[in-house]
Design a protein around this ligand. Sequence first.
Ligand code: PMP
Length: 352
Amino acid sequence: MSSWKENVRSVEPYTPGEQPQRKDIIKLNTNENPYPPSPAVEEALRAFDVGRLRKYPTPDAAELVSALSEVYGLPKEQIYVGVGSDDVLAMSFLTFFNSKKPILFPDVTYSFYDVWADLFKIPYERLPLASDWSVLPGDYLRENGGVVIPNPNAPTGKLLPLSDIEKIVAGNPASVVIIDEAYIDFGGESALPLLSKYENLLVVRTMSKSRSLAGSRIGFAFGNPDLIKYLWDVRNSFNSYTMDSVTQAVGAASLRDRAYFEDTCSRIMKTRERFSAEMKALGFTFPESAANFIFASHPEIDAAKLFSDLKEAGIFVRYFPGPRTGQSLRITIGTDEEMDRLIAFLKEYLKK
Ligand code: PMP
């Protein structure tokens, strides 16, 4: 017997990290920033004229796009914005990955990529990372329907040098190459300077991590004007008003406070270096991180067990089961005090 279920678009959704509401935990599981957003954000919220909510926001998110243009020095025609970089990436998959050839991404990477590919029925191939977790640029030069790579990669934290990114972009003139720079502000070299040379490059960013605005959901992308127009056209065939007025004011205020942004990023990088050294001293191994997290394993500890023991102690980190990732934990860099408490727990744990 036929069933309506035959016509359903049934997907296996992405599983986001837990958002426990308890206040007494140390939350190092979703790469949020431990510091509050810039004080300019609070001022913008207080100054916001509630009367503006009566009207639709500008469909082209003009307020936010202007601030991005000013801060990144790129014309507005090269800027796209969305509701978090997840939204930007989803729209980009829908817009640019429209071939019968498979898109390419690393086998260990952001676990939303295969979910969007399945949702939009895009064929894909996962290319294995090297044993040291490096992305191998030469592998991405085969025929494909598009390429997407986070730089630094997630959950490994490992950065690909700009020269390797350029090899991939230059070697794929017939595909769009998306570089997901969700974590680039924590010390990596951005692909933005390549935009003037390559029209097939899209650089995607977020305000969730380096700007402490995960709760506001602001993502953006830079590309050549043609590419960006295709993206707006698809978005405008979906929903014209995804970026609300309050969020635009929040994002613009954050962008214009460069000093606060630079200060919090450098604090996190300092904590990462200190925490990394202490983790190494405890026998943990992990690739050098250019992100606000490390991906650590220990030869004598079962990662799944440590994950649940940490949780029981009120310390939340992220665990990705599976043959490639199941021996490691992804630990977000929090405040110095939070990392000290984690180190103290691990010292005791290793004594047992
Ligand atoms: N890309 C990568 C690599 C990520 O880890 C994340 C965070 N989960 C995102 C994109 C999406 O972040 P957001 O939607 O908050 O901008």
